[in-house]
Ligand binder design. Sequence first.
Ligand code: 13P
Length: 261
Amino acid sequence: MRKRPIELKVIIRYFLGLNFVRQTVIAGNWKMHMTCAETENFLKDFIPLIENINTNRNIVIAPPYTAISTFASFSDSMNLNIASQNIHWEDSGAFTAEISPVMLLEHNVKYAIVGHSEPRKYFSESDEQINKRAKSAQSNGLTPIVCVGETLEQRERGEAERIISRQVEQGLEGTNSSDLIVAYEPIWAIGTGKTCEAEDANKICKLIRNLIGYEDVVIQYGGSVKPNNIDEIMSMSDIDGVLVGGASLDPISFARIANFK
Ligand code: 13P
């Protein structure tokens, strides 16, 4: 693996004696896309494009479960981490269609997305279940990426902050803030091409940081992140990374996002 340069802000913080350095986490959520053959083609094209990325940028992909093992043959070539798209709180049992932490650990999975708006909407996931999944991830050594976000109707009624606060309080109860990622994904911006204004997204991310009360918690923005808006999004003070759907399926566009300026 080629050694990557260290980002300037990391060096400055080190010499100033500031011990907080938030990780940058650029994650792709492939949802129900990509066969093993497509994954292999993607990785062959994608890995050379992220070889020179800064050391404090973590690049993560959440493939469908069937494609996770395809990553194994590429694991030596790059610091590319695998996330699961969900996680159960039990190690095994009669839970049809669920995936256990033990099964994920066997495949070197490092992160687990929980509480995405799609399972919340289509499978009525509750904040209580999401909380159990997040705690299960942490107790098994996986970092949960806990998604929160409001619908368009809630935003238009002026309820966005109240909804986000409830999701944060209930979903994160009893979790360890130093091993946690929260993804702010306004539902109306997912897959619609409508990005939340960067300043607005930053305001909500700051609210989430304040609610958690831990300055270094990593907070991502998700919802129609593309190569043409990533630089502005990543220039915001409280946005430490992104959770990308559609644009993460194409190696060139996801590499441009990972190499944001
Ligand atoms: P899009 O980037 O396609 O809007 O999806 C966002 C998302 O749901 C990531 O989890």
